[in-house]
Design a protein around this ligand. Structure first.
Ligand SMILES: Nc1ncnc2c1ncn2[C@@H]1O[C@H](COP(=O)(O)OP(=O)(O)OP(=O)(O)O)[C@@H](O)[C@H]1O
Ligand SMILES: Nc1nc2c(ncn2[C@@H]2O[C@H](CO)[C@@H](O)[C@H]2O)c(=O)[nH]1
Length: 434
């Protein structure tokens, strides 16, 4: 596994605990690995630039992700093709993207649960999905289905806003038997999205998600939920609050989803409120950057050396150098917050922001998995005296997540085609010295 954040290997394995002489043992070799796993509706994104008039004609609400029937999907596809409006057809799906980006960044394995056409023709959507997914994403557990792949029309408006129209095919037909207990139990995290729960209860997806969550909870594996779209949350915020409280360790959302969930439009307050239901929150806020909130035991709090920031919670970043912990692992839980403005002010040109939030989440997952990797290989390290959720501090994870979101925006694709530049040995330097 590559080092997350401040990617400089000499800091990775604390030299003290890895020194064969001081430990009195033979040179140490890294042998244990870990992975993260996720469940998704396997979807191919059909990206096109469209007018507001087209969205209205197809009764699509701007910014939303809506299910459309086969007839509508057919005429929409025809119209986009006729107008030569399609710019790309590429593997998508919010968790598929997140796992792909995690594997690209960390150079490590992730496992995807979902469906795949049992008869894959060269050039078909299923074929594209497989070709456009990192070889580090393990697709061996995908459940074969006889029907079509899901398609996601990703319609980009002139203002950069994206609207999704989903033609679901067989994407929700994942059966609980396809969820492998051992893979979940041994993983560093289980990642799911709110989209999965809008599947028809008869289709199998909801039961599969419930089963995977049960396995994860029983094995103390963090469950990570990403919200998808505010329209989904607005329909029944109380359902989502209860769902998060019962099942979720880490919540990822943007400020609109945060408002739908909590009623607070300020992302810091939305994140703070969400801490009554989960252990840690990543809240992205477009051009405002991103916020993180979570807990740390009073004993392990570390003060920032950066400027204290004003906000709805004054000087909220005071302890941002602390490492995140689960609420239940703290004797004296203290809320910790961090914020970061967009990396380098954001790329010069942003064609659309599709997938930037998922990119930020994959960086957080990399940091989380790095802790498990480190613990498996150097359990005696002083790092593990503290029962933390992540390898790095809130502040450091913010930097890394923000850097990755920038990369998604500048590569103009929700799936990174390459990781971060190798020469960025130290994130610290790349941040401030350009
Ligand atoms: N206009 C912008 N200028 C600069 N940076 C931006 C801009 N929009 C997004 N970003 C960067 O991308 C991150 C995530 O953006 P955003 O909040 O738009 O995600 P999102 O709405 O969850 O996206 P998606 O759901 O498509 O993954 C931000 O925290 C910021 O770092
Ligand atoms: N799994 C899933 N992904 C979606 C849905 N709607 C949009 N997305 C994905 O969200 C990604 C951007 O975050 C795009 O690549 C889309 O494929 C949905 O209903 N389900």
């Amino acid at each position: 596994m590559k080092f997350p954040g401040q990617r400089n290997s000499k800091h990775y394995f604390p030299v003290k605990s890895n020194d064969p002489i001081s430990l009195g043992i033979a040179p140490y070799t890294v042998s244990q690995r870990t992975h993260i796993c996720g469940i998704d509706q396997t979807l191919v994104d059909i990206e096109a630039r469209v007018s507001d008039e087209l969205l209205e004609r197809y009764e699509l609400k701007k910014g939303n992700s809506m299910l459309i029937d086969d007839a509508k999907a057919h005429s929409l596809y025809e119209e986009l093709q006729r107008g030569k409006l399609i710019s790309s057809e590429f593997a998508g799906g919010t968790i598929g993207n997140t796992l792909h980006n995690y594997s690209t960044l960390s150079d490590s394995r992730s496992v995807l649960f979902g469906v795949m056409c049992d008869n894959v023709q060269v050039g078909s959507y299923a074929y594209r999905y497989l070709c456009n997914t990192s070889s580090r994403v393990d697709l061996n557990l995908l459940q074969p289905v006889p029907g079509a792949m899901g398609r996601c029309f990703a319609l980009i408006s002139d203002c950069g806003e994206r609207t999704f129209a989903i033609s679901k095919g067989d994407m929700d037909n994942l059966q609980p038997e396809s969820i492998d207990r051992g893979i979940i139990e041994s993983s560093a995290a289980l990642v799911i999205s709110a989209y999965l729960l809008r599947a028809d209860p008869a289709a199998g997806m909801r039961d599969s998600v419930a089963k995977a969550i049960d396995y994860a909870k029983a094995a103390d594996v963090p469950v990570v939920l990403t919200m998808g779209t505010r329209f989904l949350i607005e329909q029944d915020p109380q359902f989502w609050r209860d769902f998060i409280k019962q099942n979720v360790t880490i919540l990822a959302m943007n400020e609109d989803e945060g408002e739908a969930l909590t009623g607070f439009s300020d992302p810091l307050l939305a994140a703070e409120q969400s801490l009554q239901w989960c252990d840690m929150v990543l809240c992205t806020a477009g051009p405002v950057g991103l916020y993180m909130a979570g807990f740390c035991d009073h004993e392990y709090l570390r003060n920032t050396t950066q400027t204290l920031l004003p906000g709805a919670i004054p000087e909220f970043n005071q302890h941002e150098f602390s490492r995140p912990m689960r609420y239940a692992d703290c004797h004296k839980p203290t809320k910790v917050y961090a914020h970061i403005a967009p990396f380098m002010g954001g790329p010069e040109v942003i064609r659309n922001t599709n997938g930037a939030g998922d990119g930020a989440l994959s960086a957080l997952l990399h940091d989380l998995a790095a802790l498990k990797y480190h613990k498996l290989n150097i359990p005696s390290s002083s790092k593990h005296n503290q029962a933390s959720l992540c390898y790095s501090s809130f502040s450091q994870i913010c930097k890394y997540a923000n850097r990755v979101a920038f990369e998604v925006l500048s590569q103009d694709s929700p799936r990174l085609s390459r990781g971060l530049p190798e020469r960025e040995d130290s994130l610290e330097e790349v941040y401030w010295e350009r």
